[in-house]
Design a protein around this ligand. Structure first.
Ligand code: NAD
Length: 348
Protein backbone atom coordinates (compact mmCIF):
# COMPACT_ATOMS: atom_id res chain seq x y z
CA UNK A 1 0.00 0.00 0.00
CA UNK A 2 1.39 3.43 -0.96
CA UNK A 3 2.17 5.78 1.90
CA UNK A 4 0.35 9.09 2.27
CA UNK A 5 2.90 11.85 2.81
CA UNK A 6 1.41 14.37 5.24
CA UNK A 7 2.83 17.61 6.65
CA UNK A 8 2.50 17.50 10.45
CA UNK A 9 2.55 20.82 12.35
CA UNK A 10 2.37 20.12 16.12
CA UNK A 11 1.99 23.84 16.98
CA UNK A 12 2.09 25.47 20.43
CA UNK A 13 0.67 24.89 23.91
CA UNK A 14 -1.43 21.71 23.89
CA UNK A 15 -0.76 21.29 20.14
CA UNK A 16 2.08 18.72 20.38
CA UNK A 17 0.06 16.52 22.79
CA UNK A 18 -3.14 16.50 20.76
CA UNK A 19 -1.36 15.96 17.43
CA UNK A 20 0.58 13.01 18.95
CA UNK A 21 -2.78 11.54 19.98
CA UNK A 22 -4.25 12.03 16.49
CA UNK A 23 -1.20 10.39 14.86
CA UNK A 24 -1.56 7.38 17.22
CA UNK A 25 -5.23 6.96 16.23
CA UNK A 26 -4.68 7.52 12.50
CA UNK A 27 -1.86 4.94 12.48
CA UNK A 28 -4.12 2.46 14.29
CA UNK A 29 -6.32 2.40 11.15
CA UNK A 30 -3.52 0.57 9.27
CA UNK A 31 -3.41 3.31 6.60
CA UNK A 32 0.26 4.02 5.87
CA UNK A 33 1.52 7.55 6.52
CA UNK A 34 4.83 9.33 6.20
CA UNK A 35 4.72 12.39 8.46
CA UNK A 36 6.85 15.42 7.54
CA UNK A 37 7.12 17.31 10.82
CA UNK A 38 7.32 21.11 10.61
CA UNK A 39 7.54 23.79 13.30
CA UNK A 40 5.31 26.88 13.21
CA UNK A 41 4.44 29.44 15.89
CA UNK A 42 6.51 29.93 19.04
CA UNK A 43 8.59 26.81 18.41
CA UNK A 44 9.61 28.16 14.98
CA UNK A 45 10.46 31.63 16.33
CA UNK A 46 13.02 30.11 18.72
CA UNK A 47 14.67 28.12 15.93
CA UNK A 48 14.18 30.20 12.77
CA UNK A 49 13.32 33.72 14.01
CA UNK A 50 9.90 33.66 12.29
CA UNK A 51 6.59 32.01 13.31
CA UNK A 52 5.96 30.78 9.77
CA UNK A 53 9.16 29.64 8.01
CA UNK A 54 8.90 29.30 4.23
CA UNK A 55 9.78 25.58 4.53
CA UNK A 56 6.42 24.96 6.27
CA UNK A 57 4.53 26.46 3.33
CA UNK A 58 6.79 24.56 0.86
CA UNK A 59 6.10 21.27 2.66
CA UNK A 60 2.33 21.87 2.42
CA UNK A 61 2.58 22.90 -1.25
CA UNK A 62 4.51 19.69 -1.95
CA UNK A 63 2.46 17.21 0.14
CA UNK A 64 -0.92 18.92 -0.53
CA UNK A 65 -2.32 17.70 2.83
CA UNK A 66 -1.46 18.63 6.41
CA UNK A 67 -2.51 17.96 10.00
CA UNK A 68 -1.98 20.88 12.36
CA UNK A 69 -2.18 21.59 16.06
CA UNK A 70 -3.19 25.05 17.30
CA UNK A 71 -0.69 27.90 17.22
CA UNK A 72 -0.61 30.77 19.74
CA UNK A 73 -1.29 34.29 18.43
CA UNK A 74 -0.28 37.17 20.71
CA UNK A 75 -3.19 39.57 21.38
CA UNK A 76 -2.85 43.27 20.44
CA UNK A 77 0.82 43.29 19.44
CA UNK A 78 3.46 40.75 18.40
CA UNK A 79 3.43 38.61 15.28
CA UNK A 80 0.43 38.29 12.99
CA UNK A 81 -1.67 35.12 13.21
CA UNK A 82 0.14 32.15 11.65
CA UNK A 83 -3.27 30.61 10.93
CA UNK A 84 -4.54 33.63 9.01
CA UNK A 85 -1.21 33.91 7.13
CA UNK A 86 -1.32 30.21 6.15
CA UNK A 87 -4.92 30.42 4.95
CA UNK A 88 -4.17 33.53 2.89
CA UNK A 89 -0.78 32.44 1.49
CA UNK A 90 -1.92 28.95 0.50
CA UNK A 91 -5.38 30.21 -0.51
CA UNK A 92 -7.14 27.81 1.88
CA UNK A 93 -10.39 29.61 1.24
CA UNK A 94 -12.93 27.16 2.70
CA UNK A 95 -12.84 26.65 6.44
CA UNK A 96 -15.13 23.66 7.01
CA UNK A 97 -16.28 22.96 10.56
CA UNK A 98 -18.76 20.14 11.19
CA UNK A 99 -20.73 20.07 14.46
CA UNK A 100 -22.24 16.65 15.19
CA UNK A 101 -23.84 15.38 18.38
CA UNK A 102 -22.01 12.47 20.00
CA UNK A 103 -24.10 10.32 22.34
CA UNK A 104 -22.72 10.63 25.85
CA UNK A 105 -21.41 14.20 25.49
CA UNK A 106 -23.32 16.37 27.95
CA UNK A 107 -25.10 18.88 25.67
CA UNK A 108 -28.47 20.63 25.38
CA UNK A 109 -29.30 18.83 22.12
CA UNK A 110 -28.79 15.23 20.99
CA UNK A 111 -29.44 15.50 17.26
CA UNK A 112 -27.15 18.19 15.89
CA UNK A 113 -25.60 17.61 12.47
CA UNK A 114 -24.43 20.93 11.07
CA UNK A 115 -21.55 22.06 8.88
CA UNK A 116 -20.24 25.62 8.89
CA UNK A 117 -18.49 26.67 5.67
CA UNK A 118 -16.60 29.87 6.40
CA UNK A 119 -14.79 32.04 3.85
CA UNK A 120 -11.24 32.21 5.18
CA UNK A 121 -9.16 34.60 3.08
CA UNK A 122 -10.83 38.02 3.27
CA UNK A 123 -13.63 39.88 5.12
CA UNK A 124 -12.69 41.38 8.48
CA UNK A 125 -9.59 39.15 8.62
CA UNK A 126 -7.95 40.94 5.70
CA UNK A 127 -5.47 42.57 8.07
CA UNK A 128 -6.13 46.02 6.56
CA UNK A 129 -6.46 48.19 9.65
CA UNK A 130 -4.87 51.25 11.19
CA UNK A 131 -5.02 53.77 13.99
CA UNK A 132 -6.81 56.93 12.94
CA UNK A 133 -4.76 59.26 15.16
CA UNK A 134 -1.50 59.31 17.07
CA UNK A 135 -3.27 59.05 20.40
CA UNK A 136 -4.80 55.71 19.37
CA UNK A 137 -8.24 57.04 20.29
CA UNK A 138 -9.85 55.60 17.15
CA UNK A 139 -9.12 52.70 14.81
CA UNK A 140 -10.46 51.36 11.51
CA UNK A 141 -10.57 47.88 9.97
CA UNK A 142 -11.46 47.30 6.35
CA UNK A 143 -13.99 44.56 5.57
CA UNK A 144 -13.00 43.30 2.12
CA UNK A 145 -15.64 41.25 0.30
CA UNK A 146 -15.05 40.34 -3.35
CA UNK A 147 -17.27 38.77 -5.99
CA UNK A 148 -14.60 36.16 -6.78
CA UNK A 149 -14.09 34.91 -3.22
CA UNK A 150 -17.78 35.08 -2.29
CA UNK A 151 -18.76 33.14 -5.39
CA UNK A 152 -16.21 30.40 -4.84
CA UNK A 153 -17.10 29.89 -1.14
CA UNK A 154 -20.83 29.71 -1.86
CA UNK A 155 -20.16 27.35 -4.77
CA UNK A 156 -17.90 25.26 -2.49
CA UNK A 157 -20.79 24.96 0.01
CA UNK A 158 -23.25 23.85 -2.69
CA UNK A 159 -20.79 21.33 -4.18
CA UNK A 160 -20.05 20.04 -0.65
CA UNK A 161 -23.81 19.66 -0.02
CA UNK A 162 -24.28 17.70 -3.24
CA UNK A 163 -21.26 15.46 -2.58
CA UNK A 164 -22.24 14.74 1.03
CA UNK A 165 -25.98 14.32 0.37
CA UNK A 166 -26.92 17.42 2.33
CA UNK A 167 -30.29 19.07 1.70
CA UNK A 168 -30.13 22.75 2.62
CA UNK A 169 -27.78 25.75 2.51
CA UNK A 170 -28.31 28.80 4.71
CA UNK A 171 -26.34 31.89 3.66
CA UNK A 172 -25.59 34.18 6.62
CA UNK A 173 -24.84 37.90 6.28
CA UNK A 174 -25.73 41.33 7.65
CA UNK A 175 -26.94 42.96 4.45
CA UNK A 176 -29.44 45.20 6.29
CA UNK A 177 -26.59 47.15 7.95
CA UNK A 178 -23.57 46.44 5.72
CA UNK A 179 -25.18 47.82 2.58
CA UNK A 180 -22.22 47.11 0.26
CA UNK A 181 -20.27 44.15 1.69
CA UNK A 182 -23.35 42.38 3.07
CA UNK A 183 -25.44 42.94 -0.07
CA UNK A 184 -22.65 41.72 -2.33
CA UNK A 185 -22.41 38.44 -0.41
CA UNK A 186 -26.22 38.18 -0.35
CA UNK A 187 -26.61 38.80 -4.11
CA UNK A 188 -23.89 36.31 -5.02
CA UNK A 189 -25.37 33.67 -2.70
CA UNK A 190 -28.71 34.02 -4.51
CA UNK A 191 -27.08 33.86 -7.95
CA UNK A 192 -25.12 30.68 -7.13
CA UNK A 193 -28.13 29.09 -5.38
CA UNK A 194 -30.15 29.45 -8.60
CA UNK A 195 -27.71 27.00 -10.26
CA UNK A 196 -28.49 24.31 -7.66
CA UNK A 197 -32.28 23.80 -7.75
CA UNK A 198 -31.87 20.37 -6.08
CA UNK A 199 -30.67 22.02 -2.84
CA UNK A 200 -32.92 24.17 -0.67
CA UNK A 201 -31.60 27.68 -0.10
CA UNK A 202 -32.43 30.27 2.53
CA UNK A 203 -30.82 33.32 4.14
CA UNK A 204 -30.50 34.57 7.70
CA UNK A 205 -29.15 37.76 9.22
CA UNK A 206 -26.26 36.80 11.49
CA UNK A 207 -27.87 37.96 14.74
CA UNK A 208 -31.07 36.01 14.04
CA UNK A 209 -28.96 33.01 12.96
CA UNK A 210 -27.25 32.88 16.38
CA UNK A 211 -30.59 32.96 18.17
CA UNK A 212 -32.10 30.34 15.84
CA UNK A 213 -29.11 28.03 16.29
CA UNK A 214 -29.44 28.13 20.06
CA UNK A 215 -33.22 27.52 19.91
CA UNK A 216 -33.64 25.15 16.94
CA UNK A 217 -30.26 23.93 15.66
CA UNK A 218 -31.74 20.87 13.97
CA UNK A 219 -33.55 23.05 11.42
CA UNK A 220 -30.17 23.81 9.81
CA UNK A 221 -27.81 21.79 7.65
CA UNK A 222 -24.95 23.60 5.85
CA UNK A 223 -24.30 27.25 6.76
CA UNK A 224 -22.14 29.39 4.46
CA UNK A 225 -20.86 32.78 5.56
CA UNK A 226 -18.07 35.34 5.58
CA UNK A 227 -14.89 35.10 7.67
CA UNK A 228 -15.68 36.69 11.05
CA UNK A 229 -19.32 35.54 11.20
CA UNK A 230 -18.13 32.00 10.40
CA UNK A 231 -15.51 32.13 13.15
CA UNK A 232 -18.09 33.14 15.75
CA UNK A 233 -20.89 30.85 14.55
CA UNK A 234 -18.58 27.82 14.43
CA UNK A 235 -17.59 28.36 18.08
CA UNK A 236 -21.30 28.61 18.91
CA UNK A 237 -22.07 25.34 17.10
CA UNK A 238 -18.99 23.75 18.74
CA UNK A 239 -20.54 24.69 22.09
CA UNK A 240 -23.90 23.25 21.05
CA UNK A 241 -22.37 19.91 20.04
CA UNK A 242 -20.10 19.31 23.04
CA UNK A 243 -17.52 22.08 23.29
CA UNK A 244 -14.13 22.89 21.84
CA UNK A 245 -12.73 19.54 22.98
CA UNK A 246 -14.69 17.71 20.28
CA UNK A 247 -14.89 20.26 17.41
CA UNK A 248 -12.77 19.47 14.30
CA UNK A 249 -12.07 21.52 11.19
CA UNK A 250 -10.42 21.68 7.79
CA UNK A 251 -8.98 24.55 5.77
CA UNK A 252 -9.46 23.60 2.15
CA UNK A 253 -8.12 25.18 -1.02
CA UNK A 254 -7.97 24.02 -4.63
CA UNK A 255 -4.39 22.78 -4.14
CA UNK A 256 -3.78 22.22 -0.42
CA UNK A 257 -5.93 21.06 2.53
CA UNK A 258 -4.89 21.56 6.16
CA UNK A 259 -6.87 19.95 8.99
CA UNK A 260 -6.93 21.35 12.52
CA UNK A 261 -9.30 21.57 15.50
CA UNK A 262 -11.43 24.66 16.17
CA UNK A 263 -9.80 25.12 19.58
CA UNK A 264 -6.66 27.12 20.32
CA UNK A 265 -3.40 26.28 22.07
CA UNK A 266 -4.88 26.56 25.62
CA UNK A 267 -1.44 27.49 27.05
CA UNK A 268 -2.52 27.02 30.68
CA UNK A 269 -2.98 23.27 30.03
CA UNK A 270 0.20 22.75 27.98
CA UNK A 271 2.27 19.70 28.90
CA UNK A 272 -0.24 18.39 31.47
CA UNK A 273 -1.53 15.40 29.43
CA UNK A 274 -4.99 16.62 30.39
CA UNK A 275 -7.04 18.12 27.54
CA UNK A 276 -9.39 16.33 25.19
CA UNK A 277 -7.68 14.91 22.08
CA UNK A 278 -10.97 14.25 20.22
CA UNK A 279 -11.10 17.54 18.24
CA UNK A 280 -7.65 16.83 16.77
CA UNK A 281 -8.51 13.14 16.22
CA UNK A 282 -11.71 14.09 14.36
CA UNK A 283 -9.70 16.60 12.30
CA UNK A 284 -7.66 13.51 11.37
CA UNK A 285 -10.92 11.75 10.48
CA UNK A 286 -11.69 14.62 8.07
CA UNK A 287 -8.17 14.24 6.63
CA UNK A 288 -8.78 10.52 6.03
CA UNK A 289 -11.98 11.32 4.09
CA UNK A 290 -10.11 13.97 2.08
CA UNK A 291 -7.41 11.49 0.99
CA UNK A 292 -10.04 8.90 0.04
CA UNK A 293 -9.67 6.59 3.09
CA UNK A 294 -13.40 6.55 3.85
CA UNK A 295 -13.50 3.17 5.62
CA UNK A 296 -10.68 4.18 7.96
CA UNK A 297 -12.45 7.50 8.64
CA UNK A 298 -15.70 5.69 9.51
CA UNK A 299 -13.77 3.48 11.97
CA UNK A 300 -12.23 6.53 13.67
CA UNK A 301 -15.66 8.20 14.02
CA UNK A 302 -17.25 5.02 15.39
CA UNK A 303 -14.37 4.47 17.84
CA UNK A 304 -14.61 8.05 19.17
CA UNK A 305 -18.38 7.71 19.60
CA UNK A 306 -18.02 4.31 21.32
CA UNK A 307 -15.41 5.52 23.82
CA UNK A 308 -17.45 8.60 24.71
CA UNK A 309 -20.67 6.63 25.00
CA UNK A 310 -19.07 4.02 27.29
CA UNK A 311 -18.08 6.88 29.68
CA UNK A 312 -15.17 4.83 31.12
CA UNK A 313 -12.19 6.73 29.69
CA UNK A 314 -12.97 10.45 29.43
CA UNK A 315 -10.85 13.58 29.78
CA UNK A 316 -11.87 16.14 32.41
CA UNK A 317 -14.07 18.27 30.13
CA UNK A 318 -16.31 15.36 29.10
CA UNK A 319 -16.30 13.74 32.54
CA UNK A 320 -17.24 16.98 34.33
CA UNK A 321 -19.99 17.68 31.79
CA UNK A 322 -21.61 14.42 32.97
CA UNK A 323 -21.02 15.04 36.69
CA UNK A 324 -19.74 18.53 37.61
CA UNK A 325 -18.72 17.26 41.07
CA UNK A 326 -16.43 14.64 39.47
CA UNK A 327 -17.48 12.11 42.13
CA UNK A 328 -19.33 9.57 39.99
CA UNK A 329 -17.04 9.69 36.92
CA UNK A 330 -13.40 8.79 36.47
CA UNK A 331 -11.22 11.49 34.88
CA UNK A 332 -8.66 10.06 32.45
CA UNK A 333 -5.66 11.67 30.83
CA UNK A 334 -5.32 12.78 27.20
CA UNK A 335 -3.06 9.82 26.35
CA UNK A 336 -5.33 7.28 28.10
CA UNK A 337 -8.28 8.47 26.04
CA UNK A 338 -6.25 8.46 22.80
CA UNK A 339 -5.02 4.91 23.49
CA UNK A 340 -8.57 3.74 24.23
CA UNK A 341 -9.77 5.19 20.90
CA UNK A 342 -6.78 3.71 19.02
CA UNK A 343 -7.46 0.30 20.60
CA UNK A 344 -11.07 0.39 19.40
CA UNK A 345 -9.98 1.44 15.89
CA UNK A 346 -7.57 -1.53 15.71
CA UNK A 347 -10.29 -3.99 16.72
CA UNK A 348 -12.98 -2.74 14.31
P1 NAD B 1 -8.42 28.02 23.46
O1 NAD B 1 -9.31 27.26 22.55
O2 NAD B 1 -6.98 27.73 23.38
O3 NAD B 1 -8.84 27.73 24.96
C1 NAD B 1 -10.04 28.21 25.57
C2 NAD B 1 -10.52 27.20 26.60
O4 NAD B 1 -11.17 26.15 25.90
C3 NAD B 1 -9.41 26.53 27.38
O5 NAD B 1 -9.03 27.26 28.50
C4 NAD B 1 -10.07 25.22 27.77
O6 NAD B 1 -10.90 25.43 28.87
C5 NAD B 1 -10.92 24.92 26.56
N1 NAD B 1 -10.27 24.00 25.61
C6 NAD B 1 -9.61 24.31 24.47
N2 NAD B 1 -9.18 23.21 23.88
C7 NAD B 1 -9.55 22.18 24.66
C8 NAD B 1 -9.40 20.77 24.57
N3 NAD B 1 -8.76 20.18 23.55
N4 NAD B 1 -9.92 20.00 25.57
C9 NAD B 1 -10.57 20.56 26.59
N5 NAD B 1 -10.76 21.87 26.74
C10 NAD B 1 -10.26 22.68 25.77
O7 NAD B 1 -8.72 29.56 23.23
P2 NAD B 1 -7.94 30.87 23.71
O8 NAD B 1 -7.54 30.71 25.15
O9 NAD B 1 -8.81 31.99 23.31
O10 NAD B 1 -6.66 30.91 22.79
C11 NAD B 1 -5.36 30.46 23.19
C12 NAD B 1 -4.40 30.68 22.03
O11 NAD B 1 -4.77 29.86 20.92
C13 NAD B 1 -4.40 32.13 21.50
O12 NAD B 1 -3.07 32.51 21.26
C14 NAD B 1 -5.19 32.04 20.20
O13 NAD B 1 -4.81 33.01 19.27
C15 NAD B 1 -4.80 30.65 19.74
N6 NAD B 1 -5.76 30.04 18.78
C16 NAD B 1 -5.23 29.31 17.79
C17 NAD B 1 -6.07 28.67 16.90
C18 NAD B 1 -5.46 27.87 15.79
O14 NAD B 1 -4.27 27.64 15.79
N7 NAD B 1 -6.23 27.42 14.81
C19 NAD B 1 -7.46 28.74 17.06
C20 NAD B 1 -7.97 29.47 18.13
C21 NAD B 1 -7.11 30.12 19.01
Amino acid sequence: MAKHKITLIPGDGIGPEVTDAAVTVLEATGVKFEWEKMDAGEAAIKQYGTPLPEMVLDSLRKNKVGLKGPVTTPIGSGFRSVNVAMRQTLDLYACVRPARSIAGVGTLYRDIDLVIVREATEGLYSGVEHWVDREHSAAETVNIITRKNSERIVRYAFEYARREGRKKITAVHKANIMKCTGSLFQDISREVAAEYPDIEFEERLVDNMCMQLVKKPNLYDVIVTTNLFGDIISDLTAGLSGGLGVAPGGNIGDEVALFEPVHGSAPKYAGQNKVNPVAEILSGEMLLRHIGEKRAADRVWKAVCAVIEEKKVLTYDLALAIDPTGKSVKISSLSEMAEEIAGKVENM
